[in-house]
Design a binder for this molecule. Structure first.
Ligand code: TXA
Ligand code: MG
Length: 330
């Protein structure tokens, strides 16, 4: 299970074919998606699925997303939906897939409990990245793929990030350059009477509501992560520490406060929207660059990362969700 060497593949057809062969023979291969890099395994290979949890250090009660290349693949992992849900699924698929949207569906009995962590639902996504699609097609079967980071650390947006977390633990990484979206997909549940957003992402509530309302549903609501300490979380991943670098992350609401914190807890890196960037002391904050800058702060041995969350940033629900988690201690 421990590889002395993790191969770095290019996007060539030859390398995609080799990566697919590794997956078919039960190995783990990381690959780029438009959101973040995923750590792939064949969805029906129980031993490979289990090794994903070991390689990442991921708690086994946190289920995996199934990545499909075609809409028809859904029938292999999901039971049929009831009529109105099917209409909504079709409309969401039409509007946002392939893309950064993950939809919970009723789990097919053939889907391993290791994939869904024993839940009755299975999360399905159709990545838009051509290399992800090519790999799934070459394997001929959907791939489970959590973000390809060590559990708890920021998700990888380059092949180098994957290597730095998982080298020697997985067979290969396909290098597709930097991910264009940079944060993970929006996760939604359309199976409950109330449509819920379990994890905000680059596809926004407003975009989703546009489709839901047209299909005769009430708008989506955000799942309340802290609704009840005792209740089983709707999305198990939400209860874990996430996206956090080794440096302490502080939020500031003004530039003056950010600069004060930076002087108090050096060495520090300030992240702020592009208009604040001044070269050395302030890095750009965006969905696309957040994880890379957090990782970079660790590489540069920063003690603190200070994120300027002005009103503009606070309007970005997905970005605020990741920032708040990065700043919260286990
Ligand atoms: O953009 C993404 O979604 C990336 C790329 C690689 O596709 N993947 C990703 O996977 O972020 P992961 O494993 O890091 O996050 C999956 C999230 C977790 O919060 C998990 O709890 C939730 O999806 N999830 C998966 N299956 C679920 C289910 N059946 N019910 C509720 N939540 C589920
Ligand atoms: Mg993850």
């Amino acid at each position: 299970m421990y590889h002395t060497m993790t191969r770095l593949f290019s996007s060539s057809q030859q390398h995609i074919a080799e990566a697919a062969q590794l997956l078919r023979s039960g190995e783990l291969v990381a690959f780029p998606t438009e959101t973040v890099y995923g750590l792939g395994a064949r969805v029906f290979d129980e031993s490979a699925v289990r090794r994903i949890f070991v390689a990442k250090g991921r708690p086994s009660d946190n289920p995996l997303i199934v990545h499909c290349a075609e809409k028809a693949d859904v029938e292999r992992v999901s039971e049929p939906l009831e009529k109105s849900q099917q209409r909504l699924f079709d409309a969401l698929y039409e509007a946002f897939c392939p893309g950064a949207l993950t939809i919970l569906l009723p789990k097919h009995s053939s889907v391993l409990n290791a994939v869904t962590a024993g839940l009755e639902t299975v999360a399905v996504r159709f990545p838009a990245h051509p290399l992800a699609q090519a790999l799934i097609r070459a394997v001929g079967e959907p791939l489970v793929a959590p973000s390809a980071n060590r559990s708890g650390y920021p998700s990888p947006t380059t092949a180098e990030h994957v290597m730095s977390d998982l080298e020697g633990r997985i067979a290969a990484v396909i290098d597709g350059g930097a991910c264009s979206v940079g944060i993970e997909s929006t996760v939604v549940n359309i199976l409950t009477p109330e449509l819920t957003i379990l994890r905000p992402g680059s596809i926004t509530k407003e975009q989703l509501d546009g489709i839901a309302v047209k299909q005769g549903f009430a708008p989506f609501v955000y799942a309340n992560e802290n609704a009840s300490e005792n209740a089983a979380p709707q999305s198990p991943g939400m209860k874990y520490r996430h996206y956090a670098p080794n440096a302490d992350v502080f939020l500031a609401s003004s530039l003056a406060e950010a600069q004060h914190l930076a002087l108090t807890y050096p060495p520090a890196q300030i992240l702020a929207r592009r208009e604040y960037v001044d070269g050395a002391s302030i890095d750009e904050l965006s969905e696309q660059s957040l994880y890379a800058t957090l990782r970079n702060a660790d590489a540069e041995k920063c003690r603190t990362v200070i994120i300027l969350c002005d009103e503009e940033v606070q309007k970005n629900v997905a970005l605020m969700n990741r920032i708040t988690k990065a700043a919260s201690k286990r």
